[in-house]
Design a protein around this ligand. Structure first.
Ligand code: KG4
Ligand code: ZN
Length: 350
């Protein structure tokens, strides 16, 4: 029933390399959350192989969904709606979750809710902080996106800034690869960086100067990669930990500066962090310090809610439930699903 704030939502997520299902009550309370990660399957190739991802989702989705319902002590007939990530992501991977969720919704005669993956990441903060209500500004940094978003009191999103090229997580993964670290590179690079000097090298990108809220990571990434390649070509030794620490600092400095600037411009008092890169401990503490210094409340989800999961999809779906925003059974996977109509400041399409 639209606008009824009480709803138990069964949520499915399969946009990349995690097959996940969860049961979430009233957008905040996680009754169950099951995540099957495919990372070991892709590790040997050094990155996600889309075909392997789709096949693994097909193999696992039934068991993952059954387990999530069992852990919540429910059947699909006990929930109020079925939610699913329908984009953005890998088309073959998304299709598995979308098809399965549509089948469940049809069989149990439940409304279907389509969720944007990035909105899911943002909603992870509402699970973790029960007293947090929009409006707030959120920095979402994942393997595919780096967005600064204003979330209004009705859960409408405005894009304030975004990366113009690589996502922050993508840049971490690529530099990690050059440093000989396994996939996914972000957490491995963070581990190596703990032994390094963050001030050993200075990585710089001219694009990032100025008042605007867009970001570029490809210049920073190329600078780090060139440093490693040139040292290799000259037969010089290089402290890999110093490169990792300096690169991490460059990325995190940029994210902190733009996110805090955005939150102050919007004057809403709260800055949130979300997405896989939010699991980076260095970023979490740097952003917390920077936000506090600027007089902002800072929130971020616990580690297990930063990387892909279905609980966050159930939390975001609750807002669509309240608006009565249901999807037809003709719902399709949208690999490049748009996030917001346009950049609030620059007018660019997202
Ligand atoms: O949100 P997510 O799980 O999947 C996408 O929606 O893309 O994000 C995955 C990304 C990967 O690029 C991964 O390397 C990065 O998040 N990541 C990290 C850390 N943990 C995950 N990056 C830096 N430091 C970490 N600790
Ligand atoms: Zn994600």
């Amino acid at each position: 029933m639209p606008s009824d704030p009480h709803a138990v939502i069964f949520a499915v997520e399969s946009s990349c390399d995690e097959t996940a299902a969860a049961v979430v009550k009233d957008g905040r309370e996680v009754l169950s959350s099951v995540v099957f990660t495919q990372i070991p399957l892709h590790k040997v190739y050094g990155g996600v192989v889309p075909e392997i991802a789709s096949r693994s989702h097909v193999e696992k989705i039934g068991a993952v969904c059954a387990e999530a319902l069992a852990q919540a002590n429910m059947t699909i007939y006990d929930v109020d709606a079925v939610a699913v990530t329908n984009g953005p992501g890998l088309v073959g991977a998304l299709l598995v979750g979308v098809s399965y969720a549509k089948g469940l919704a049809y069989a149990a005669q439940k409304p279907l809710i389509a969720v944007h993956h990035i909105e899911g990441h943002i909603a992870a903060n509402l699970i973790a902080h029960k007293d947090l209500d929009p409006p707030f500004v959120c920095l979402v940094a994942s393997g595919g996106h780096t967005h600064i978003v204003h979330v209004d009191a009705d859960w409408e999103m405005k894009l304030l800034g975004r990366t113009r090229d690589d996502a922050a997580g993508e840049a971490f993964d690529k530099v990690a690869r050059i440093l000989g670290l396994p996939y996914p590179g972000g957490p491995e690079l963070e581990k190596l960086a703990k032994e390094g000097d963050p001030n050993a090298y200075r990585f710089h990108s001219a694009f990032n100067a100025g008042e605007h809220l867009d970001m570029s990571f490809s210049g920073l990434k190329t600078a780090a990669m060139n440093l490693v390649h040139h040292a290799e070509q000259k037969g010089e030794s290089l402290r890999r930990a110093d490169v990792a620490a300096s690169f991490q600092k460059a990325v995190d400095d940029l994210l902190c500066a733009k996110a805090v600037h955005a939150a102050l411009m919007c004057n809403c008092g709260t800055l949130a962090l979300a997405g896989g890169v939010a699991a980076n401990g260095f970023l979490r503490s740097r952003l917390e310090q920077a936000a506090r210094k600027a007089g902002l409340r800072f929130v971020c989800p616990p580690m297990n809610l930063c990387t892909d999961n279905a609980a966050m999809i159930g939390a975001a779906a609750w807002w669509e439930w309240k608006k009565g925003n249901f999807a037809p059974l003709s719902l399709n996977a949208l690999p490049s699903k748009k996030f917001a109509q346009q950049n609030f400041f620059t007018g660019d399409a997202s």
